[in-house]
Each structure stands twice: as C-alpha cells, then as structure tokens.
Design a protein around this ligand. Sequence first.
Ligand code: C2E
Ligand code: MG
Ligand code: MG
Ligand code: MG
Length: 279
Amino acid sequence: RAKERGRNHYQLYNHAIGAQVMEYVAIENGIRQALERSEFQVFYQPQINLATGEIDCVEALARWLHPELGWVPPNQFIPAAEEHGLIVRLGEWILRTACSQTRSWQKNGLPHIRVAVNFSVKQFQSPNLCDRIMQILAETDLEPQYLELEITESLVMQDQNTVIKMLRQLQSLGMRVSIDDFGTGYSSLSYLRLLPVSKVKIDASFVRETPQNNEDAAITSAIIAMAHNLNLIAIAEGVERKEQLEFLRSHNCDAVQGYLFSRPVPAHEATLLLQAQFK
Ligand code: C2E
Ligand code: MG
Ligand code: MG
Ligand code: MG
C-alpha cells in the first residue's frame, strides 16, 4: 500500500510540475505572439505643470488587448515578461512606440512635450541599454531631451555604482530620469542626493488620503520640500480630487498626474487633449 501511495504521490508531483511547465510555456508564447500580432498598446496619461496649467509631459503606460481575456493590466504581464526574459524586447517596443508617437505630435504642430517611459530593473541589467535607447531615439527622430526614464528605488538598491554610472550617462546624453513611486521603497533619503535624477514622483498611496489624513499629508508635503531642497521637481501621482490638488498647489508641488485630469488614454485621445491645450 505504501508503494502505491508512493506512486500516486509521484504522479501527483509529476502532474503539478507538468502543469507549471505548461503554464510557463503558455505565458511565454502568449507574450511572444502578442508582440508579433501587435496586441500591445501604449496609452498616455498627461502630467499637468501647475505653474502653467498645461500638459508638459505624458507617461507611457503599456496595455495588452488579449483576444480572449480582454485588457490585461501591466501589473500582470510586465512581471511575467521579466520572468520570461522578454522584457527587453517588450520594453524596446514600448519605447519605440512612445518615442515615435511623441515625434509625430511634434511634426503635426502640437506643443513639444516630453514622454515618460517606465523602465524595470531587468532592462537596466542589459549592459548596452544606453546604446539601444540612443538607437531608438535616432530611428524615431526624437531628441533625447524629450525622453524621460521612470525608474524605481528598487533599481538603485541593486548595484548602486553601476546604476549611478548609467544614469549619469543617460543624463549627459540629454535625457531626464525620475524616481517613480517615491517613498514606497526602503531606501534612505540621503541616497537621493547621490542620484543623478531630476524628478521625484510622490507615490499615489500618500496622495490618496491627503489632505484628510494628517500623516499622509505630512509625508506628501515633506517629500515636496525635500525634492525642492535638492533642486528636484516634485510631481504627485494618483490625484483624483480637488482637495488633493488644492493641498498640492498650496505646498508648491510642481506637477500632478491623475484621474482628476485624465485617465491614461489611447494616442488618438491624447492628441485631442494636446490640441485642446493649443487653442
Ligand atoms: P506607475 O508607473 O506608477 O504608473 C501609474 C499607475 O497609476 C498606472 O497604472 C495608472 O493608470 C495609475 N493611475 C494614474 N492616475 C491614477 C489615479 O488618479 N487613480 C488611480 N487609482 N490610479 C491612477 P497602470 O497603467 O495599471 O500601470 C501599473 C504599473 O505597471 C505602473 O505603475 C508601472 O510600474 C508598470 N508599467 C506600466 N507600463 C509599463 C511599461 O511600459 N514598462 C514597465 N517596465 N512597467 C510598466
Ligand atoms: Mg511610472
Ligand atoms: Mg508610479
Ligand atoms: Mg506604481
């Protein structure tokens, strides 16, 4: 009987591994196919400069329109793409699409705005990142000053010296770098002064209950003050309500991004927002 149980165990075990392998292969093929079939899209969410009231930058946010599952959010496929070694290819596709769209707004006489593209840790681990970015900028005919790279604190925690060197190189080529989801990592504030970045994005989790929650409001205003003391631009993410905007304005936050102004929208809708601003 023990032997039988052993064999069942073995079969069960084997089956579970088999299912995992199947799922792994399915996800990998899914992402590969999606790239080939152009199922990915880039949406754009405006950032509003509070001094001018105008959109001066849009964040590029990836979307996957899966033929059966419908819209798959980036929090589901970006980690999968990283795990399957596909993030570099996918990331380059997103970057090329965002740069080419931004250049086409310029060519169509719309205001010259920057585009902010999210980069994951894995993309920074490829040694020729700077060259690849420069190549994509050349291909799409976009000047580096219109590209902003959004990175997270976790990236810098990896391998400080290498990352700092890469960020310096990117900045010396004219690109801007911003720290995304600021305040959610476990990095110390002092390291921020070592980083060649120009912008801090206050994470939406602090903005959500600002100003009614005193602690969150204190953190939000402290991040703005700290950013300014370090000569960095402060932008708040996830701004949904007027009270948040008033608080941010009164604390001299430089820019805002959130549903109050616009959700992330497809390129043609972003075009309309830019046209409206131009008139
Ligand atoms: P993130 O870079 O912090 O992007 C901001 C997220 O907040 C976006 O979610 C955006 O849709 C959402 N958001 C913006 N305003 C509001 C608001 O007022 N209220 C609320 N509740 N949410 C708001 P999304 O598009 O689902 O993206 C989630 C995350 O996935 C991004 O966070 C980013 O980390 C990652 N991601 C998205 N696109 C890419 C990409 O092209 N490459 C990489 N590596 N990561 C990406
Ligand atoms: Mg971002
Ligand atoms: Mg963020
Ligand atoms: Mg986020």
